[in-house]
Design a protein around this ligand. Structure first.
Ligand code: PMP
Length: 327
């Protein structure tokens, strides 16, 4: 199937149109289906909307926003206006306190809406002090997990692989008036203008991945859209956090309650020597990938859209049983 043939065109157009319905994306935003993962966007964003001397602001709430910031240092002049590093990335800053640190000339303010490794999630979004500064969000790990007011953002970007499809597709939702000012050295594959003008078909796109994303968008719409999807995600997260909080300290989640992620639930055991056993027995019961990221240790349950309620119930039952045997 040629990517320029009418069969694939109808697939990519339907995928875009369903995503527009799901997220209620305004007309003045372009939707791009790209490649290279969210990591490529760490460079594409500064390359497209800054010049090398432009100031931009980054809020560092975990490893992913830190990586985004470090990449941006190559292409413009980013400032870290808040970092949660000293508190082991367990918090999101209060927005009032941010105001004094924001750079009035910043081209954009970058956030990671959900830190996949640390499990902290923005529940609301900061407004830049200068209305010309646009808000840019990495939504890789909570994309399409809940409704989002797209109009608050200049750019939203996400790798597809957590909630909406296979790896290999990266989605960029960008306000059209930000397109067309890329730095001269910008590779053609990173230039939003090229992709927007060619409806994401400048070169061969990840056709099969886009087809799969399209099927997921149809499914999310059939479930009742993102309002319903969010209700399910909240229910799943709630029973897991409840199990942790009601374990009398046997399990602990380090993240401040008000910003706990609905998608990634990190937790530790009061007796760390039991963690290996926990992970191994869980794997024996077909609950795999519960080991926390190597940078933080402990455990992490990722409960993306595709994880059914029954899956989380099974984990919670396992946790209670494990506690009863080891408390
Ligand atoms: N940002 C976040 C929040 C992520 O979770 C990830 C991947 N886990 C990335 C960026 C990097 O994405 P990719 O592997 O698609 O480049």
């Amino acid at each position: 199937m040629s990517h320029r043939g009418k069969e694939f065109l109808s697939i990519i157009q339907k995928a875009e149109s369903d995503l527009r319905t799901l997220l209620n994306i305004p007309e003045e935003y372009a939707v791009l289906f790209l490649q290279g993962g969210a990591t490529t966007q760490f460079a594409a964003i500064p390359l497209n909307i800054t010049t090398p001397n432009d100031a931009v602001d980054y809020i560092i709430t975990g490893s992913w926003s830190d990586k985004a910031y470090k990449e941006a240092t190559k292409y413009c002049k980013p400032n870290v206006i808040w970092s949660g590093k000293s508190e082991k990335y367990t918090k999101i800053p209060g927005f009032d306190s941010l105001k004094t640190n924001q750079n009035t000339h910043a081209k954009y303010l970058h956030i990671c809406a959900n830190e996949t490794i640390h499990g902290v999630e923005f529940k609301d979004y900061p407004t830049p002090i200068n209305e010309k500064t646009v808000l840019v969000a990495d939504m890789s790990s909570n994309f399409c997990s809940k409704p989002v007011d797209v109009s608050k953002f200049g750019i939203i970007y996400a790798g597809a692989q957590k909630n909406v499809g296979p790896s290999g597709v990266t989605i960029v939702i960008i306000k059209k008036d930000l397109i067309g000012n890329a730095q001269e050295s910008t590779p053609v594959m990173l230039d939003y203008k090229i992709h927007a003008e060619n409806n994401s078909l400048y070169n061969t796109p990840p056709c099969y991945g886009i087809y799969m994303c399209g099927l997921v968008f149809e499914d999310l719409l059939e479930q009742g859209g993102l309002v319903e999807v969010e209700k399910k995600n909240k229910k799943k997260a709630e029973i897991l956090y409840d199990a942790i909080d009601s374990s009398n300290g046997f399990y602990r989640c380090p993240v401040e309650k008000s910003v706990r992620s609905l998608m990634n639930v990190p937790f530790t055991l009061a007796k760390p020597e039991l963690e290996g056993e926990f992970v191994n027995i869980a794997a024996g019961e077909k609950m795999v990938q519960l080991k926390g990221h190597r940078s933080v240790g402990g455990m992490r349950a990722s409960i993306y859209n595709a994880m059914p309620f029954a899956g989380v119930e099974k984990l919670v039952a396992f946790m209670k049983d494990f506690q009863a045997k080891h408390a």
